[in-house]
Design a protein around this ligand. Sequence first.
Ligand SMILES: Nc1ncnc2c1ncn2[C@@H]1O[C@H](COP(=O)(O)OP(=O)(O)O)[C@@H](O)[C@H]1O
Ligand SMILES: [Mg+2]
Length: 421
Amino acid sequence: MTDVLVVGGGGREHALVWKISQSSRAGRIYCIPGNGGISNLAECVPLKATDIDGIKAFALERKVDMAVIGPDDPLAAGITDVLEEAGIRTFGPGKKAARIEASKVFSKGLMLKYGIPTAKHEVFDEYGAALKYLKSCDYPAVIKADGLALGKGVIIAENFTEASRAVEDIMVKKVFGEAGRSIVAEEYLEGTEVTVLAFTDGDKVVPMVSSQDHKRAYDSDKGPNTGGMGTFSPSRIYSPAMAEICMKTIFEPSVKAMSSEGNPFKGVLYFGLMITADGPRLLEYNSRFGDPEAQVVLPRLKTDILDIFDAVIDNKLDSVRIEWEESAAVCVVAASGGYPVKYEKGFEITGLDKAESREGILVFHAGTEKHGGRYYTSGGRVLGVTALADNLEAAAQKAYEAISDISFKGMYYRRDIAKTR
Ligand SMILES: Nc1ncnc2c1ncn2[C@@H]1O[C@H](COP(=O)(O)OP(=O)(O)O)[C@@H](O)[C@H]1O
Ligand SMILES: [Mg+2]
Protein backbone atom coordinates (compact mmCIF):
# COMPACT_ATOMS: atom_id res chain seq x y z
CA MET A 1 0.00 0.00 0.00
CA THR A 2 1.14 3.54 -0.74
CA ASP A 3 0.75 6.20 1.95
CA VAL A 4 0.32 9.54 0.21
CA LEU A 5 0.69 13.14 1.37
CA VAL A 6 -1.10 15.75 -0.76
CA VAL A 7 0.04 19.36 -0.32
CA GLY A 8 -2.60 22.08 -0.75
CA GLY A 9 -6.09 22.77 0.49
CA GLY A 10 -8.38 23.82 -2.34
CA GLY A 11 -10.79 22.25 -4.79
CA ARG A 12 -7.95 20.90 -6.90
CA GLU A 13 -6.51 19.09 -3.90
CA HIS A 14 -9.94 17.70 -2.98
CA ALA A 15 -10.20 16.27 -6.50
CA LEU A 16 -6.67 14.84 -6.19
CA VAL A 17 -7.34 13.29 -2.78
CA TRP A 18 -10.64 11.87 -4.06
CA LYS A 19 -8.95 10.35 -7.11
CA ILE A 20 -6.09 8.93 -5.02
CA SER A 21 -8.61 7.45 -2.57
CA GLN A 22 -10.07 5.41 -5.47
CA SER A 23 -6.75 3.67 -6.07
CA SER A 24 -6.61 0.03 -5.00
CA ARG A 25 -3.08 0.76 -3.77
CA ALA A 26 -3.90 3.80 -1.64
CA GLY A 27 -2.94 3.41 2.01
CA ARG A 28 -3.18 6.31 4.44
CA ILE A 29 -3.83 9.69 2.87
CA TYR A 30 -2.68 12.94 4.49
CA CYS A 31 -3.33 16.47 3.32
CA ILE A 32 -1.56 19.72 4.28
CA PRO A 33 -3.56 21.77 5.11
CA GLY A 34 -6.65 20.22 3.45
CA ASN A 35 -10.19 21.52 4.07
CA GLY A 36 -13.59 20.44 5.39
CA GLY A 37 -14.39 18.14 2.48
CA ILE A 38 -10.90 16.65 2.27
CA SER A 39 -11.06 15.77 5.98
CA ASN A 40 -13.56 13.01 5.14
CA LEU A 41 -10.99 11.23 2.97
CA ALA A 42 -7.63 12.23 4.45
CA GLU A 43 -6.03 13.22 7.74
CA CYS A 44 -5.65 16.99 7.48
CA VAL A 45 -2.59 18.58 9.07
CA PRO A 46 -2.67 22.27 10.00
CA LEU A 47 0.58 23.40 8.35
CA LYS A 48 0.94 25.89 5.53
CA ALA A 49 1.46 24.50 2.01
CA THR A 50 4.59 26.67 1.82
CA ASP A 51 6.06 25.41 5.14
CA ILE A 52 8.56 23.19 3.40
CA ASP A 53 10.54 22.26 6.53
CA GLY A 54 7.37 21.43 8.45
CA ILE A 55 6.07 19.31 5.55
CA LYS A 56 9.37 17.45 5.27
CA ALA A 57 9.41 16.71 9.01
CA PHE A 58 5.83 15.43 8.89
CA ALA A 59 6.45 13.27 5.82
CA LEU A 60 9.51 11.69 7.41
CA GLU A 61 7.80 11.12 10.74
CA ARG A 62 4.84 9.37 9.09
CA LYS A 63 7.09 7.62 6.56
CA VAL A 64 4.88 8.59 3.64
CA ASP A 65 5.61 6.75 0.41
CA MET A 66 4.74 9.61 -1.92
CA ALA A 67 4.11 13.35 -1.81
CA VAL A 68 1.90 15.06 -4.40
CA ILE A 69 2.19 18.83 -4.68
CA GLY A 70 -0.93 20.81 -5.73
CA PRO A 71 -0.14 24.57 -5.73
CA ASP A 72 2.46 26.62 -7.61
CA ASP A 73 4.14 28.45 -4.73
CA PRO A 74 5.69 25.47 -2.89
CA LEU A 75 6.85 24.12 -6.27
CA ALA A 76 8.45 27.46 -7.16
CA ALA A 77 10.10 27.50 -3.72
CA GLY A 78 11.67 24.09 -4.37
CA ILE A 79 9.61 21.71 -2.22
CA THR A 80 10.21 18.81 -4.62
CA ASP A 81 14.00 19.14 -4.40
CA VAL A 82 13.86 19.26 -0.59
CA LEU A 83 11.54 16.25 -0.23
CA GLU A 84 13.40 14.17 -2.85
CA GLU A 85 16.68 14.99 -1.11
CA ALA A 86 15.14 13.61 2.09
CA GLY A 87 14.26 10.39 0.25
CA ILE A 88 10.54 11.12 -0.26
CA ARG A 89 9.21 10.26 -3.71
CA THR A 90 7.54 13.44 -4.91
CA PHE A 91 5.17 14.15 -7.78
CA GLY A 92 5.81 17.66 -9.08
CA PRO A 93 8.65 19.51 -10.84
CA GLY A 94 11.79 20.66 -9.08
CA LYS A 95 12.54 24.34 -8.54
CA LYS A 96 14.44 24.83 -11.81
CA ALA A 97 11.71 23.23 -13.89
CA ALA A 98 8.95 25.10 -12.00
CA ARG A 99 10.35 28.33 -13.45
CA ILE A 100 8.34 27.46 -16.53
CA GLU A 101 5.40 28.91 -14.58
CA ALA A 102 7.16 31.06 -11.99
CA SER A 103 8.93 33.25 -14.58
CA LYS A 104 7.17 34.47 -17.70
CA VAL A 105 10.46 35.87 -18.96
CA PHE A 106 11.93 32.36 -18.74
CA SER A 107 8.94 30.65 -20.38
CA LYS A 108 8.60 33.17 -23.23
CA GLY A 109 12.35 32.87 -23.85
CA LEU A 110 11.96 29.10 -24.07
CA MET A 111 9.06 29.39 -26.55
CA LEU A 112 11.04 31.82 -28.72
CA LYS A 113 14.24 29.75 -28.67
CA TYR A 114 12.46 26.51 -29.56
CA GLY A 115 10.02 27.94 -32.11
CA ILE A 116 6.90 27.16 -30.07
CA PRO A 117 3.99 29.24 -31.46
CA THR A 118 3.10 32.08 -29.08
CA ALA A 119 2.32 35.81 -29.05
CA LYS A 120 5.23 38.04 -30.16
CA HIS A 121 6.81 39.62 -27.13
CA GLU A 122 9.44 41.96 -25.69
CA VAL A 123 11.01 41.81 -22.21
CA PHE A 124 11.83 44.90 -20.12
CA ASP A 125 13.56 45.24 -16.78
CA GLU A 126 13.70 49.00 -16.95
CA TYR A 127 10.70 51.34 -16.66
CA GLY A 128 11.89 53.95 -19.19
CA ALA A 129 12.56 51.40 -21.91
CA ALA A 130 9.16 49.78 -21.34
CA LEU A 131 7.37 53.14 -21.66
CA LYS A 132 9.25 54.02 -24.82
CA TYR A 133 8.19 50.73 -26.41
CA LEU A 134 4.57 51.09 -25.30
CA LYS A 135 4.35 54.55 -26.91
CA SER A 136 4.71 53.06 -30.36
CA CYS A 137 3.29 49.51 -30.10
CA ASP A 138 -0.10 48.32 -31.37
CA TYR A 139 -3.15 48.18 -29.07
CA PRO A 140 -4.67 46.31 -27.34
CA ALA A 141 -1.38 45.17 -25.84
CA VAL A 142 -0.80 42.67 -23.06
CA ILE A 143 1.45 43.51 -20.09
CA LYS A 144 2.59 40.69 -17.80
CA ALA A 145 4.55 40.81 -14.57
CA ASP A 146 7.35 38.23 -14.74
CA GLY A 147 6.65 36.29 -11.55
CA LEU A 148 3.78 34.67 -9.63
CA ALA A 149 1.12 37.31 -8.93
CA LEU A 150 -1.91 35.28 -7.80
CA GLY A 151 -3.40 35.46 -11.29
CA LYS A 152 -3.48 39.27 -11.18
CA GLY A 153 -0.25 40.06 -12.98
CA VAL A 154 -1.66 40.27 -16.51
CA ILE A 155 -3.20 43.50 -17.82
CA ILE A 156 -4.82 43.88 -21.21
CA ALA A 157 -4.28 47.56 -22.07
CA GLU A 158 -6.52 49.23 -24.67
CA ASN A 159 -4.23 52.24 -25.11
CA PHE A 160 -0.98 53.84 -23.97
CA THR A 161 -2.58 55.45 -20.90
CA GLU A 162 -3.70 52.06 -19.56
CA ALA A 163 -0.41 50.42 -20.46
CA SER A 164 1.69 53.07 -18.76
CA ARG A 165 -0.45 52.84 -15.62
CA ALA A 166 0.02 49.06 -15.57
CA VAL A 167 3.78 49.33 -16.00
CA GLU A 168 3.99 51.99 -13.31
CA ASP A 169 2.02 49.77 -10.89
CA ILE A 170 4.20 46.78 -11.60
CA MET A 171 7.67 48.31 -11.95
CA VAL A 172 7.55 51.50 -9.88
CA LYS A 173 4.90 50.95 -7.20
CA LYS A 174 5.84 47.25 -7.14
CA VAL A 175 2.28 46.08 -6.39
CA PHE A 176 3.42 42.49 -7.00
CA GLY A 177 6.77 42.95 -5.24
CA GLU A 178 9.71 41.11 -6.78
CA ALA A 179 7.37 39.40 -9.25
CA GLY A 180 7.30 42.73 -11.08
CA ARG A 181 11.05 43.24 -11.43
CA SER A 182 10.73 42.53 -15.15
CA ILE A 183 7.74 42.61 -17.46
CA VAL A 184 6.74 40.95 -20.68
CA ALA A 185 4.82 43.08 -23.21
CA GLU A 186 3.12 40.99 -25.85
CA GLU A 187 0.84 41.03 -28.84
CA TYR A 188 -2.89 40.64 -28.12
CA LEU A 189 -4.30 37.42 -29.58
CA GLU A 190 -7.93 36.94 -30.57
CA GLY A 191 -9.47 33.50 -30.16
CA THR A 192 -10.86 30.92 -27.74
CA GLU A 193 -8.86 29.72 -24.73
CA VAL A 194 -8.46 26.02 -24.12
CA THR A 195 -6.49 24.30 -21.37
CA VAL A 196 -4.66 21.05 -21.90
CA LEU A 197 -2.95 19.44 -18.92
CA ALA A 198 -0.34 16.80 -19.67
CA PHE A 199 1.54 14.20 -17.67
CA THR A 200 5.23 14.23 -18.46
CA ASP A 201 8.22 12.33 -17.10
CA GLY A 202 10.70 14.72 -18.67
CA ASP A 203 10.80 12.76 -21.88
CA LYS A 204 7.43 11.39 -22.84
CA VAL A 205 4.32 13.62 -22.73
CA VAL A 206 0.75 12.36 -22.44
CA PRO A 207 -1.95 15.03 -22.80
CA MET A 208 -5.11 14.70 -20.73
CA VAL A 209 -8.60 15.54 -21.99
CA SER A 210 -9.14 19.24 -22.80
CA SER A 211 -11.04 21.76 -20.72
CA GLN A 212 -12.13 25.40 -20.70
CA ASP A 213 -12.62 27.75 -17.79
CA HIS A 214 -14.65 30.84 -16.96
CA LYS A 215 -12.50 33.40 -15.15
CA ARG A 216 -14.81 36.40 -14.73
CA ALA A 217 -17.01 36.67 -11.65
CA TYR A 218 -20.38 37.24 -13.36
CA ASP A 219 -22.44 35.85 -16.25
CA SER A 220 -21.53 36.76 -19.84
CA ASP A 221 -17.90 37.24 -18.74
CA LYS A 222 -18.64 40.43 -16.80
CA GLY A 223 -17.04 41.60 -13.57
CA PRO A 224 -13.60 41.11 -12.07
CA ASN A 225 -11.25 38.22 -12.77
CA THR A 226 -11.33 35.37 -10.27
CA GLY A 227 -9.40 32.16 -9.69
CA GLY A 228 -12.08 30.49 -11.84
CA MET A 229 -15.88 30.33 -11.51
CA GLY A 230 -16.35 27.10 -13.43
CA THR A 231 -14.93 24.70 -15.97
CA PHE A 232 -16.01 22.09 -18.44
CA SER A 233 -14.39 19.17 -20.23
CA PRO A 234 -14.00 18.48 -23.09
CA SER A 235 -13.68 21.74 -25.01
CA ARG A 236 -16.10 21.91 -27.93
CA ILE A 237 -13.52 23.38 -30.27
CA TYR A 238 -10.49 21.23 -29.47
CA SER A 239 -10.79 18.66 -32.26
CA PRO A 240 -8.57 15.58 -32.72
CA ALA A 241 -6.89 17.42 -35.63
CA MET A 242 -6.17 20.41 -33.36
CA ALA A 243 -4.87 18.03 -30.68
CA GLU A 244 -2.43 16.57 -33.18
CA ILE A 245 -1.16 20.01 -34.21
CA CYS A 246 -0.72 21.00 -30.56
CA MET A 247 1.12 17.75 -29.80
CA LYS A 248 3.60 18.28 -32.63
CA THR A 249 4.11 22.05 -32.40
CA ILE A 250 3.64 22.76 -28.68
CA PHE A 251 3.53 19.81 -26.24
CA GLU A 252 6.41 17.66 -27.49
CA PRO A 253 8.69 20.61 -28.32
CA SER A 254 8.09 22.10 -24.84
CA VAL A 255 9.05 18.93 -23.00
CA LYS A 256 12.08 18.46 -25.25
CA ALA A 257 13.09 22.08 -24.74
CA MET A 258 13.05 21.70 -20.95
CA SER A 259 15.25 18.61 -21.15
CA SER A 260 17.64 20.23 -23.62
CA GLU A 261 18.00 23.16 -21.24
CA GLY A 262 18.95 20.78 -18.44
CA ASN A 263 15.64 21.22 -16.54
CA PRO A 264 13.65 18.09 -17.38
CA PHE A 265 10.05 18.75 -16.32
CA LYS A 266 8.40 15.93 -14.35
CA GLY A 267 4.82 16.24 -13.22
CA VAL A 268 1.79 17.93 -14.75
CA LEU A 269 2.50 20.56 -17.37
CA TYR A 270 -0.43 22.90 -17.99
CA PHE A 271 -0.72 24.42 -21.45
CA GLY A 272 -2.85 27.58 -21.63
CA LEU A 273 -3.73 27.75 -25.33
CA MET A 274 -5.38 30.38 -27.47
CA ILE A 275 -7.00 28.82 -30.52
CA THR A 276 -6.75 31.59 -33.12
CA ALA A 277 -7.78 31.82 -36.77
CA ASP A 278 -4.11 31.13 -37.59
CA GLY A 279 -3.92 28.04 -35.39
CA PRO A 280 -3.05 27.36 -31.76
CA ARG A 281 -0.79 29.72 -29.80
CA LEU A 282 0.62 29.00 -26.35
CA LEU A 283 -0.27 31.75 -23.85
CA GLU A 284 1.46 30.25 -20.84
CA TYR A 285 2.56 27.19 -18.94
CA ASN A 286 1.64 26.27 -15.40
CA SER A 287 3.69 23.72 -13.52
CA ARG A 288 0.76 21.82 -11.93
CA PHE A 289 -2.91 20.87 -12.29
CA GLY A 290 -5.22 23.85 -12.82
CA ASP A 291 -7.90 24.76 -10.29
CA PRO A 292 -10.80 24.29 -11.19
CA GLU A 293 -9.62 22.38 -14.31
CA ALA A 294 -8.62 19.38 -12.16
CA GLN A 295 -12.22 19.17 -10.92
CA VAL A 296 -13.49 18.30 -14.44
CA VAL A 297 -10.47 16.41 -15.79
CA LEU A 298 -9.71 14.00 -12.91
CA PRO A 299 -13.28 12.64 -12.66
CA ARG A 300 -12.94 11.53 -16.31
CA LEU A 301 -9.68 9.64 -15.68
CA LYS A 302 -10.17 5.86 -15.68
CA THR A 303 -6.58 4.84 -14.93
CA ASP A 304 -5.29 4.44 -11.36
CA ILE A 305 -3.66 7.80 -10.67
CA LEU A 306 -0.99 6.32 -8.37
CA ASP A 307 0.23 4.16 -11.28
CA ILE A 308 0.62 7.34 -13.34
CA PHE A 309 2.37 9.25 -10.54
CA ASP A 310 4.80 6.34 -10.01
CA ALA A 311 5.53 6.11 -13.73
CA VAL A 312 6.24 9.85 -13.91
CA ILE A 313 8.54 9.74 -10.88
CA ASP A 314 10.40 6.71 -12.28
CA ASN A 315 10.71 8.15 -15.82
CA LYS A 316 8.70 5.36 -17.37
CA LEU A 317 5.47 7.01 -18.43
CA ASP A 318 5.63 4.66 -21.44
CA SER A 319 4.68 1.79 -19.16
CA VAL A 320 1.13 2.95 -18.31
CA ARG A 321 -1.86 3.18 -20.58
CA ILE A 322 -3.85 6.28 -19.63
CA GLU A 323 -7.55 6.01 -20.37
CA TRP A 324 -10.46 8.44 -20.18
CA GLU A 325 -14.24 8.25 -19.88
CA GLU A 326 -16.08 9.37 -23.00
CA SER A 327 -18.33 11.42 -20.70
CA ALA A 328 -18.42 15.19 -20.25
CA ALA A 329 -17.90 17.03 -16.97
CA VAL A 330 -19.04 20.46 -15.79
CA CYS A 331 -17.92 22.16 -12.57
CA VAL A 332 -19.84 25.15 -11.19
CA VAL A 333 -18.12 27.09 -8.41
CA ALA A 334 -20.17 28.40 -5.48
CA ALA A 335 -18.48 31.55 -4.17
CA SER A 336 -18.86 33.83 -1.15
CA GLY A 337 -20.80 37.06 -1.74
CA GLY A 338 -18.32 39.81 -2.63
CA TYR A 339 -15.61 37.42 -3.89
CA PRO A 340 -13.04 38.15 -5.36
CA VAL A 341 -12.91 41.58 -3.70
CA LYS A 342 -14.15 41.43 -0.11
CA TYR A 343 -16.23 38.74 1.53
CA GLU A 344 -17.17 37.29 4.91
CA LYS A 345 -16.47 33.75 6.11
CA GLY A 346 -17.80 31.40 8.74
CA PHE A 347 -21.31 30.78 7.38
CA GLU A 348 -22.85 27.33 7.70
CA ILE A 349 -23.29 25.38 4.45
CA THR A 350 -26.46 23.30 4.10
CA GLY A 351 -27.76 20.82 1.54
CA LEU A 352 -24.46 19.05 0.79
CA ASP A 353 -25.85 15.56 1.52
CA LYS A 354 -28.77 16.07 -0.81
CA ALA A 355 -26.57 17.37 -3.64
CA GLU A 356 -24.05 14.55 -3.22
CA SER A 357 -26.71 11.85 -3.17
CA ARG A 358 -27.58 12.69 -6.79
CA GLU A 359 -26.23 10.38 -9.45
CA GLY A 360 -23.07 11.62 -11.21
CA ILE A 361 -22.42 14.46 -8.76
CA LEU A 362 -19.17 15.16 -6.92
CA VAL A 363 -18.94 18.17 -4.61
CA PHE A 364 -15.34 19.31 -4.27
CA HIS A 365 -14.66 21.63 -1.35
CA ALA A 366 -12.38 24.65 -1.75
CA GLY A 367 -12.85 27.14 1.09
CA THR A 368 -14.60 25.10 3.80
CA GLU A 369 -14.00 23.93 7.36
CA LYS A 370 -15.73 21.12 9.22
CA HIS A 371 -16.59 21.45 12.91
CA GLY A 372 -18.84 19.10 14.87
CA GLY A 373 -20.10 17.42 11.71
CA ARG A 374 -21.13 20.72 10.09
CA TYR A 375 -19.46 22.63 7.28
CA TYR A 376 -18.65 26.35 7.28
CA THR A 377 -17.32 28.71 4.62
CA SER A 378 -13.66 29.70 4.99
CA GLY A 379 -12.71 31.23 1.65
CA GLY A 380 -13.82 33.06 -1.48
CA ARG A 381 -14.36 30.04 -3.65
CA VAL A 382 -16.26 27.67 -1.38
CA LEU A 383 -17.34 24.62 -3.41
CA GLY A 384 -17.06 23.21 -6.91
CA VAL A 385 -20.08 21.14 -7.89
CA THR A 386 -19.02 18.72 -10.63
CA ALA A 387 -21.48 16.72 -12.72
CA LEU A 388 -20.66 13.89 -15.12
CA ALA A 389 -23.01 13.01 -17.98
CA ASP A 390 -23.01 11.89 -21.61
CA ASN A 391 -22.60 15.39 -22.98
CA LEU A 392 -21.90 18.94 -21.81
CA GLU A 393 -25.53 20.07 -21.95
CA ALA A 394 -26.71 17.20 -19.72
CA ALA A 395 -23.76 17.66 -17.36
CA ALA A 396 -24.46 21.38 -17.00
CA GLN A 397 -28.10 20.71 -16.24
CA LYS A 398 -27.17 18.17 -13.56
CA ALA A 399 -24.58 20.48 -11.99
CA TYR A 400 -27.15 23.30 -11.76
CA GLU A 401 -29.80 21.00 -10.25
CA ALA A 402 -27.32 19.85 -7.62
CA ILE A 403 -26.01 23.31 -6.75
CA SER A 404 -29.57 24.47 -6.14
CA ASP A 405 -29.72 22.02 -3.20
CA ILE A 406 -26.87 23.86 -1.51
CA SER A 407 -26.94 27.16 0.32
CA PHE A 408 -24.96 29.44 2.59
CA LYS A 409 -25.29 33.12 3.40
CA GLY A 410 -24.19 35.26 0.45
CA MET A 411 -23.61 32.29 -1.89
CA TYR A 412 -23.43 33.14 -5.57
CA TYR A 413 -22.49 31.31 -8.76
CA ARG A 414 -22.52 31.88 -12.49
CA ARG A 415 -25.54 30.56 -14.39
CA ASP A 416 -23.81 30.16 -17.74
CA ILE A 417 -20.96 27.71 -17.11
CA ALA A 418 -20.40 25.46 -20.16
CA LYS A 419 -23.30 27.17 -21.93
CA THR A 420 -21.29 29.69 -23.94
CA ARG A 421 -18.07 29.06 -25.96
N1 LIG B 1 -1.37 37.51 -25.69
C1 LIG B 1 -2.59 37.49 -25.19
N2 LIG B 1 -3.65 37.83 -25.95
C2 LIG B 1 -4.91 37.84 -25.43
N3 LIG B 1 -5.20 37.52 -24.16
C3 LIG B 1 -4.18 37.15 -23.35
C4 LIG B 1 -2.84 37.11 -23.82
N4 LIG B 1 -2.05 36.72 -22.80
C5 LIG B 1 -2.86 36.53 -21.75
N5 LIG B 1 -4.15 36.78 -22.06
C6 LIG B 1 -5.31 36.69 -21.16
O1 LIG B 1 -4.89 36.89 -19.83
C7 LIG B 1 -5.10 35.71 -19.04
C8 LIG B 1 -3.95 35.53 -18.05
O2 LIG B 1 -2.73 35.41 -18.76
P1 LIG B 1 -1.73 34.21 -18.45
O3 LIG B 1 -0.56 34.35 -19.37
O4 LIG B 1 -2.49 32.94 -18.48
O5 LIG B 1 -1.19 34.56 -17.00
P2 LIG B 1 -1.62 34.13 -15.52
O6 LIG B 1 -2.53 32.95 -15.60
O7 LIG B 1 -0.32 33.84 -14.90
O8 LIG B 1 -2.26 35.35 -14.94
C9 LIG B 1 -5.22 34.59 -20.06
O9 LIG B 1 -5.97 33.52 -19.53
C10 LIG B 1 -5.90 35.30 -21.21
O10 LIG B 1 -7.30 35.42 -20.98
MG1 LIG C 1 -3.29 31.62 -16.92
